[in-house]
Design a protein around this ligand. Sequence first.
Ligand SMILES: [Mg+2]
Length: 283
Amino acid sequence: MQTDTAHSGSNTSLARRAWSIRRTALRMGEVQGQGYIGQALGVADVLATSYFHALSYRANDPEWDGRDRFYLSIGHYAIALYAALIEAGILPEDEIETYGMDDSRMPMSGMAAYTPGMEITGGSLGHGLGIAVGAALGLKRKRSDAFVYNLMSDGELGEGSTWEAVMSAAQHQLSNLICIVDFNDQQADGPTTQALATTPEAPKWQAFGWHAQTVEGNDLDALVTAFDAARSHPGPQPRVIICNTLMCKGVPFLEARESNHFVRVDADEWAQAIAHLDANIPA
Ligand SMILES: [Mg+2]
């Protein structure tokens, strides 16, 4: 499945890829003195599995027609996706210093018109899956083998538009659609399960006609197994992987901070977080 990926033949471990994504996101956060770093650290393993195991793409041709699409429904996670796109060689590393600045190709919220590899403009939440349904339907009609991956948050499960898309995907038997839910149990209003509980997750998706899995979203081996199973499932159903993640994963002093949607990081703590990663480089 990965014949066109930039990483074919690479021996770089997924753990090292996830480490790099975390480190690059922290460097961008340091540039701006802010950013949705809790989400970025939490979702790094999901992005490493996506870009260095699952997705087919050409780093030097981000619009290659045969690519798998990766949609970032959660535009405020852009800092995390930029880090993955840099690691994938789609964005140059030297643009890190421009993060969030005027005229940068890396604005603080993801916008398709600005950034190679940013497929959609997310950010008004609850729309990514609907866009993904349309794209998956179009690819099917073109008899493309490409898959559409849509990364969304648990908070977006509270949006009615998400569930319209869920029903549409099943109606059209979009077996080329893989939805990834970053279930960190946090959203702007507080813990997601207290704001508008959508548990139990997997049975709901199954009842709507989806192939559903729940996985530890910071366990790379478990993610690989789940991503493979989603892709290879022989049935006509669209597929969802609900990933239970930990905000700020990988930086213990931030993990221990009271969990919230926008983690405050003091000016000197960015360097401390990077130093922690540098002292713990995976093989
Ligand atoms: Mg969340």
